[in-house]
Write a protein that binds this ligand. Structure first.
Ligand code: HEM
Length: 184
């Protein structure tokens, strides 16, 4: 039987990866598209319920950070919440990327699903992306899609952020994927 966190139950905990993460992004300093392997740490703490009138949500408070090689400071971080609405089967991931970007991605899943997909788009009325004025002009996040797969004491994500960048005529696929294993 599903618990209050539905498909998010398998994400509760402290997680780490080795250097198996892979990021593809345009590097301004090297003026080319780079694939970078990375390691990651991620913390997911359960909370709930949060009630909005008749809506009752359970969630995970999360932080994640990624490092390339031996660098001291992470090259990417996220803070946010994963949310589950059992009445509608909606899963949401709301987070901030400290470039001045906020994302609320959403999708539907069964309570005991081990695979699900969340999406956001710049102009979507519900699941949208907010960005600062510089990025809107120079490197705008058009859409975000994340596929999640939950295993035994591990989980994986595969995500694509489509960027409209001044450097390219066509939208550029900024991609990331990794598998994390439970450390506690
Ligand atoms: C694991 C997840 C992610 C990693 C490791 C990552 C990493 C990177 C890296 C290395 C760059 C290139 C910076 C440079 O050298 O100039 C970059 C650029 C960028 N990322 Fe990400 N990113 C991730 C997820 C995201 C997400 C989810 C979004 C938005 C929803 C995002 C939006 C951007 C934007 C807009 C830029 C372009 C900045 C510019 O060109 O000035 N990234 N990212």
């Amino acid at each position: 039987m599903a618990n209050e966190w539905g498909p998010l139950e398998g994400l509760i905990g402290e997680w780490e990866s080795d250097t198996g993460g892979l990021d593809t992004a345009f590097s301004h300093s090297q003026d080319k598209v780079l694939g970078s392997s990375y390691k990651e740490k991620c913390s997911m703490k359960p909370f709930g319920p949060v009630d909005n009138g008749s809506q009752s949500l359970y969630g995970l408070d999360y932080k994640s950070a990624m490092w390339r090689g031996d660098e001291e400071n992470p090259f990417h971080t996220e803070v946010g919440y994963w949310l589950w609405d059992a009445a509608t089967g909606e899963v949401m991931k709301g987070f901030v990327v400290p470039r001045g970007i906020t994302v609320l991605a959403g999708g539907n899943a069964d309570a005991n699903a081990t695979k699900f997909t969340l999406k956001a788009a710049l102009d979507d009325p519900q699941y949208s992306i907010g960005e600062n004025k510089y990025l809107a002009k120079n490197a705008s996040s058009l859409s975000y899609v994340i596929n999640i797969t939950i295993g035994d004491n591990s989980w994986s994500y595969d995500e694509i952020t489509m960027l409209r960048m001044n450097e390219f005529d066509e939208p550029f696929a900024h991609t990331d994927h990794n598998t994390l294993r439970r450390v506690s």
